[in-house]
Design a protein around this ligand. Structure first.
Ligand code: AMP
Ligand code: MG
Length: 478
């Protein structure tokens, strides 16, 4: 469709007034397009040709609104690093309307009622990180919000230094957070809480609309979705970095990309967020935090459902998580049969990778071509014995399964990505972009969309992370 034919709806505005605040975007100075996502445009019924027009840039800049657009920011609370903050909200994201069930948001489009001391802006580096990584997670088959486009500008934004402002037009089937529920529960606004629960069911779990005990079942679904998401993050080696309850999606999506990281060398205790001094959001602690956050959601829902019933559902989380994680790890190793000691076997592997400082992604990709010759696998580690020990056990498992090598290998190459967007790669894209060269953004976008293919032209990104960039921490400032 052409731009002037598209008509937006704003279903969130049917909720009680407390849930949001109407606010208009404040456009950036001298905006220009950096990248647009054709696949997302299609989901929004937008013609591809529109993406190259000046009108499109104005649209992403919040200077031009489509028909039916009624712009607003959403209100929420959240537990940040374990401490409850009663009011947060979209401090720099402005919702501009919905098409085909996808809600569009301009991140970095200026102040809202919820900006607190912030300026409502997003800088180029953080926007590039969100734009690329949300697409990369989608490419890996992990549930996530996505983005239609990213623009740059000459707008001056102050962080530790002066930087340039940028906007990402994000899209998602849901922007509701655990913290959205916490906001109303804390304020004892139970009517609003119930309206939000009904809205969420309709939006993300429509098959529950007419069932009995629907709020309990809503919680059950969120527990399942969260367990699955945590298992996917752990299996692929993704670390979110800021798993505050305001960054937890009620629809089980990866949400709010900040100082995240893909593991370089495997390190269970890796911390990617500079602010996270005690490792609350360390890689290995993510599944536990998923549980902690669900518990906070449970408390928020307990005016709608008896606490004991919610508690019983929450108790299923550990099993749901573990069985999903085992399933994903078996796939990564090309194993078909479930064994009682699977978890120990995987822990043996992870311990080996940690001891030998092996690159997580490269290991599984290399293993995908393993047919008895250990040379390339042994080369990945500092020394050989632990890897040989583990491979002895692996060989035995493979023998018991008798799946032909070629079948196993093909399945594993579709499961273990050749490329993940490590922070050093994103940094290269950012460094060039700061100088006006967006070619690496384009390249990484291609990889993001198709991480399992070989892409010989990008081979240099398929190896180990250069020493100076390994397991670096990033600041939250964005
Ligand atoms: P985050 O850590 O990005 O999830 O943000 C936590 C809270 O701070 C949310 O309410 C954000 O909207 C708000 N926030 C973050 N950065 C800014 C900013 N530059 N201006 C206004 N609000 C912000
Ligand atoms: Mg956030």
């Amino acid at each position: 469709m052409k731009f002037n034919e598209i008509k937006l709806t704003n279903p969130y505005l049917n909720l009680p007034q407390e849930c949001y605040d109407r606010v208009e975007p404040s456009p950036l100075v001298k905006p220009f397009l950096i990248h647009a996502n054709k696949a997302v445009a299609k989901l929004l019924d937008m013609d591809e040709e529109e993406l190259t027009t000046k009108v499109f840039v104005n649209f992403v800049n919040g200077a031009f609104l489509l028909q039916g657009s009624d712009t607003f920011a959403m209100c929420y609370a959240g537990h940040q690093f374990g401490h409850f903050v009663p009011r947060l909200g979209d401090g720099r994201a402005i919702n501009i309307g919905t098409v085909n069930g996808l809600h569009m948001q301009l991140k970095g489009a200026g102040e809202t009622k919820y900006s607190r001391s912030g300026d409502g802006r997003a800088v180029l580096r953080s926007s590039i990180r969100e734009y690329l990584m949300s697409e990369a997670m989608y490419g890996l088959g992990i549930e996530t919000t996505r983005a239609l486009a990213i623009i740059g500008s000459e707008h001056k934004v102050y962080r530790e230094n002066w930087e340039k402002g940028s906007i990402v037009l994000r899209v998602s089937p849901s922007w509701v957070r655990f913290g959205t529920f916490e906001y109303f529960a804390h304020k004892k606004k139970f009517k609003e809480l119930e309206a939000l629960a009904d809205y969420t069911i309709e939006e993300s779990y429509p098959y529950l609309v007419n069932v009995s005990d629907k709020y309990l079942k809503l919680f059950t679904e969120v527990v399942k979705k969260t367990a699955k998401l945590m298992a996917q993050w752990q299996a692929v080696g993704f670390q979110h970095g800021v798993m505050n309850t305001d960054n937890m999606s009620i629809a089980g999506l990866t949400l709010d990309y900040g100082p995240y990281a893909f593991l370089d060398e495997y390190d269970f205790n890796n911390i990617c967020n500079h602010t996270d001094q005690h490792g609350r959001y360390s890689f290995g602690n993510q599944p536990n935090i998923g549980h902690w956050n669900l518990q906070a959601l449970m408390v928020a829902l307990s005016s709608l459902v008896h606490r004991d019933k919610l508690q019983k559902v929450l108790e299923q989380y550990a099993n749901l998580y573990t069985s999903k994680y085992l399933e994903l790890m078996r796939k990564k190793l090309g194993l078909k049969e479930e064994k009682e000691n699977d978890l120990d076997f995987f822990k043996h592997l992870l311990g080996t990778l940690q001891t030998l400082s092996v690159d997580y992604t490269l290991f599984f990709r290399t293993l995908s071509r393993y047919n008895g010759d250990r040379t390339s696998l042994l080369k990945l580690g500092l020394y050989h014995q632990p890897m040989n020990d583990w491979l002895d056990v692996y060989d035995k498992r493979l023998k018991e399964e008798s799946v032909p090598f070629i079948d196993r290998s093909m399945q594993m190459l579709k499961t273990n990505p050749k490329y993940v967007l490590k922070n050093y790669m994103l940094q290269e894209a950012i460094d060039k972009a700061q100088k006006g060269d967006f070619s690496v953004v384009d390249d990484l976008f291609q990889i993001a969309q198709d991480p399992y293919s070989e892409h010989p032209q990008f081979e240099r990104w398929a190896g180990v992370t250069p020493e100076e960039f390994k397991n670096r921490k990033l600041s939250c400032s964005s």
